[in-house]
Design a protein around this ligand. Structure first.
Ligand code: 8YV
Length: 311
């Protein structure tokens, strides 16, 4: 008999095939499996889920045999780490392997905004080329980049930005020793000193709405906000107002508060490039992430500590 596990959101086929080979996989997102899942709840010992999706305490309470939650990502904001520890449930993530791709997405959004990539695509497809003018873009070279949250991904973004000739500085909650980039005293001071503000801070109670109206005002009417962190770290009311009234110039967003049901106000926000949370979504990285998920679940069933436990 294969052990029962719960898959909260789809993973790439290559990884799901390996899960199916080793376990009886109950898919939470498949309405056709509702009844079999209900019957299997007491036996489920492992959960695989996404960083942006996590697992609520309500669901954890339904799984008395649960021993490991393997997050296919690095964000732990959607799993209660204290509660899981109190229940002796290991929570694991996929550190390291997605750093470069998420940083690349930040760069893609930044260049997309600066060079009007999405607008240009729509312009050509609409047959407007040669009939209407197209706005000049802006060069990243010589611009000031502020990184809000200088972890691994923030550093990878900064290294890329330097290669584009940008002047990098940052704000981080705790001091960062291994960098020569200038540290700013507060998120507002960082925004004041930035043409492009890239948010890549971990989401938690302390960083909720850290990019608020005051920070956006400090970023200013030519400023560009890039968010590759989590929707919760930006006050979305303040952001939408700032885009619409010209308090900031533009935004490139990969993440939102309520994904995938994002506020429709984003669809009409001016100078905004939107991506559907694709930071780590490359074949190469999703293979590497999926393999870590497989290794963590396998370790649990082998009676070992899962290698990338975080709680
Ligand atoms: C993934 C993420 O998109 O790492 C994270 O925390 O949000 C992303 O890598 C997600 O985990 C897949 O659902």
């Amino acid at each position: 008999m294969k052990p029962d596990i719960l898959l909260v959101e789809p993973m790439m086929q290559f990884i799901e095939d390996q899960l199916d080979a080793a376990y009886t996989v109950h898919r939470l997102y498949d309405p056709a499996q509702k009844e079999t899942l209900e019957a299997a709840l007491p036996n489920i010992r492992a959960v695989a889920t996404g960083g942006g999706t996590g697992l609520s305490n309500e669901w954890i309470e339904k799984l008395p045999s649960l021993g490991v939650i393997a997050i296919n990502g690095v964000g732990t904001d959607k799993v209660d780490l204290k509660f899981t520890r109190s229940r002796n449930i290991d929570v694991t993530t996929t550190p390291g392997v997605l750093t470069d791709d998420v940083a690349d997405m930040g760069i893609a959004l930044m260049l997309g905004v600066l060079r009007h990539v999405a607008k240009g695509d729509a312009f050509v497809r609409a047959g407007k080329w040669g009939k209407e003018g197209f706005p000049l873009g802006h060069s990243p070279k010589g611009k000031r980049l502020g990184i809000l949250g200088l972890g691994q991904i923030g550093k990878a973004f900064g290294r890329r930005a330097e290669a584009f000739g940008m002047d990098v500085h940052f704000w981080n909650r705790s001091p960062v020793k291994d960098t020569t980039w200038k540290s700013c005293a507060s998120p507002v001071a960082l925004a004041q000193d930035s043409d492009v503000l890239c948010v890549i801070v971990a989401a938690n109670a302390q960083t909720k709405d850290i990019v608020n109206g005051e920070v956006l005002k400090a970023l200013g009417p030519k400023g560009i906000l890039i968010n590759i962190a989590r929707g919760s770290v930006v006050d979305e009311n303040a952001l939408l107002a700032a885009l619409n009234d010209g308090t900031i110039g533009a935004a490139g967003l990969d993440v939102y508060l309520d994904e995938p049901r994002i506020r429709e106000d984003f669809f009409t926000a001016p100078n905004t490039v939107l991506m559907p949370h694709q930071g780590s979504a490359t074949v190469e990285t999703r293979v590497a992430m999926g393999e870590l998920v497989l290794a963590n679940i396998a370790a649990h069933f082998a009676g070992e500590k899962p290698p990338t436990t975080v709680n």
